[in-house]
Design a protein around this ligand. Sequence first.
Ligand code: FAD
Length: 475
Amino acid sequence: MTGSPIIVLFRNDLRISDNKALAAAADTGRSVIPLFILDETGADARPAGGASRWWLHHSLAAFGKVIETLGNRLLLRAGATDSIVADTIKASGADTVFWNRRYHPAGMAVDAALKSRLRADALQAESFDGFLLHEPSRVATQSGDFYKVFTPFHKRLLADGEPRDPVDAPKHLARCDTTPASEPLDALGLLPTPDWAGGLAERWHPGEEGALERLETFLDERLASYAEGRDRPAEDATSGLSPHLAHGEITPFRIMAALRRKRGRGAESFARELAWREFYYHLLFHRQALHRENFRAEFDAFTWRSTPAALQAWQRGRTGYPIVDAGMRELWQTGYMHNRVRMIAASFLIKDLLIDWRDGEAWFWDTLVDADAANNPASWQWVAGSGADAAPYFRIFNPVLQGEKFDPRGDYVRRWVPELAKLPDRFVHRPWEVPASVLRDSGLDLGNDYAHPIVDHAQARERAMAAYRATRGDD
Ligand code: FAD
């Protein structure tokens, strides 16, 4: 073995396949030090939520095993990146550090500072792509501004042509002679106490292997009907890749390469959703406080209501609106909610309850296994109307009609709100209209077994319209 070891930093890229930083290090033939750092020290760092931390624990456990099969060992540390890297260099004599780029503000700041410091010390520091298909800094409108509307942004991406092919996983990672410090996985404190994650474990298989399995199953079994099926929450019609993407266990390059084998309406529609992910990262890159600040400043004057009891009813799935409650309970139990239902539940919080979108965003951040620095705040702002290319303010989802349209037989509601399981289809999204005799037959004690609606949607809609008009200055 010639040359000093190379440190490869891992963060949200726990994979060996299509991992350019790892592949570049392995290709040198030098020894490699795989180092994961949990860094929540920066002033701007946003600590991961509970469900994400659970995922990360299991993803690290799986990744550690994969690294062992390559003849090496994953080092785990928690703390400030800069000093841990300095420590590891000192202990190993490494003169090179590679990593894959990340795009949330706190991470970018840490990585930029690290690169400058290493280079100032005459060490080699190199970063690689993988998390996004397009570098947000390199996509600009003709006038040099950033895109605020999805369609022209998407066209611009399509004009770039096909993304690169994924790079192969290394077959072996030479180990260095010294063993720099590492901590046991449990010491990172990622698992919840008490353990509430049973439902998450039942549904998910964190790690690269789970991601690749999911991709293959989706392409073989569901892609063909994805365009039509993706709006129906009772069906398992989408990929379920979001937590794997959010944690970097699979890259969009790998997914796009697999889609090239398929084509058709499903493939196009799926690629378009991945383009939304790119768009939201583009926005985050240019508006770094996306989870704290309204994209449209006029929303700073919006008068949100402070109603902790209503917020809690929403969080626990006790609003009395079955599709909202089903979604919130799916989230609580599995760390996931179907996209259509995310839109309905978010609209309900913001528009029916007039609760600040930031409260909803924070709840999702804590409970979603796919909680994502760009997709989450950008989607919440989209629903609120405060974001770029946002839904028009007068679009206020009617939770009953949305339920009836997208869950016509009530299968999704019955799965997550079992109290309503025995209601006839035509009442399952409007239990308050059930005649007394039917209530008796279905064994439902409305008000006790299941909540009465916490607001009247028609009145709430008027109240929201008035608040929105006032913010826009229409009154
Ligand atoms: P698929 O339909 O299989 O889509 C494939 C991939 O495309 C997804 O994994 C995701 O990476 C991307 N994608 C799909 N839909 C969207 C979208 N509308 N916007 C951006 N990217 C998309 N997605 C997250 O990954 N993390 C979040 O924290 C998140 N929070 C959301 C909050 C709200 C209020 C709303 C309305 C949507 C949110 N989304 C979020 C977007 C979307 O709901 C999820 O990406 C999707 O439901 C994940 O399921 P899937 O992987 O089966 O999606």
